[in-house]
Design a binder for this molecule. Structure first.
Ligand code: FPP
Length: 268
């Protein structure tokens, strides 16, 4: 009994030691500048505990909070998280409402902390279709955090990669019709400048939790050369240790962007 108690008391310290060891493995000079995350597995996390899906989403907020905090500490400049897709409207109205209410709650409760940490909130997606209370909370958080530049937090909400590209194509077509853009000027750079992530670097690292291996309509244009890191861990269980593991794995990859890499004549 006493041994059990002692082991339990020691547990968090051991866990911290693991996190510290991972942190030491990270080369601060080669951090991913932009990390993107598909926060998946909230529903399954809840089901395994006999809880409603909303409990999984609620627990997922804590993982998001911890992830934002660690990104700030490490010096990651852009974090994009997939909070609600253009396809998520197909879910029962009750779950959609829960997610919208959680968004408002997260923004209201976290705003002082985001501000303190120097986080600038940048929502991406078709924001005009969100319910008014969600739009208002987003607009307030955007205004309050507008001058921050330590971490840009792209909150993808009512976001879909195909929808984003379609909206960009429409705006380009409009600008061509109105003489602001010439057809010959349309290149990859110009298209990128019409996306919701205009002016930002493409994600270097994309993390997906819960063991799924799909893009699910996330950052389709931007992730052309993004490194993927997949984990079976459900999002509500995603802790600092997992983000650190992802970064360590990322730093072991050789990125070639379709070329042959540094000092190489043969592809390996
Ligand atoms: C996918 O898991 C997750 C979502 C659709 C919502 C993500 C939301 C959060 C992490 C909460 C934080 C959100 C806000 C708005 C700040 P799933 O429900 O599809 O899980 P499942 O695949 O196990 O069913």
């Amino acid at each position: 009994m006493i041994t059990k108690l002692l082991n339990w008391l020691r547990m968090p310290r051991r866990k911290n030691r693991g996190v510290e060891a991972l942190r030491k493995k990270i080369d601060p000079a080669r951090l991913p500048v932009h990390v993107a995350i598909i926060m998946d597995g909230n529903g399954r996390w809840a089901a395994r505990r006999g809880l409603p899906r909303s409990a999984g989403h609620r627990a997922g907020v804590e993982s998001l909070r911890e992830t934002v905090e660690l990104c700030c500490e490490l010096g990651i400049k852009y974090l994009t998280v997939y909070a609600f897709s253009t396809e998520n409207w197909k879910r029962p109205a009750e779950e959609v409402n829960t997610l919208m209410n959680l968004l408002v709650e997260y923004l209201e409760r976290e705003l002082p902390r985001l501000q303190e940490q120097g986080v600038r909130l940048h929502p991406i997606g078709r924001l005009e279709d969100l319910p008014p209370h969600a739009r208002e909370a987003l607009a307030k958080a955007v205004a309050v955090t507008a001058a921050n530049d330590r971490l840009i937090l792209n909150l993808a909400i009512n976001y879909g990669g195909r929808d984003e590209i379609t909206r960009a194509a429409r705006r380009i077509a409009r600008d061509v019709c109105q003489g602001r853009v010439k057809i010959e000027e349309i290149d990859e750079q110009l298209v990128a400048s019409y996306l919701d992530t205009a002016g930002q670097p493409d994600p270097d690292l994309l993390i997906r939790s819960s063991g799924e291996q799909r893009m699910s309509n996330f950052l389709l244009w931007q992730s052309a050369y993004t490194e993927f890191w997949l984990t079976p861990v459900f999002w509500p269980d995603f802790r600092r240790q997992h983000l650190l593991e992802a970064i360590v794995a990322y730093q072991q990859r050789q990125r070639r962007f379709g070329g042959l890499g540094n000092n190489q004549t043969e592809k390996n």
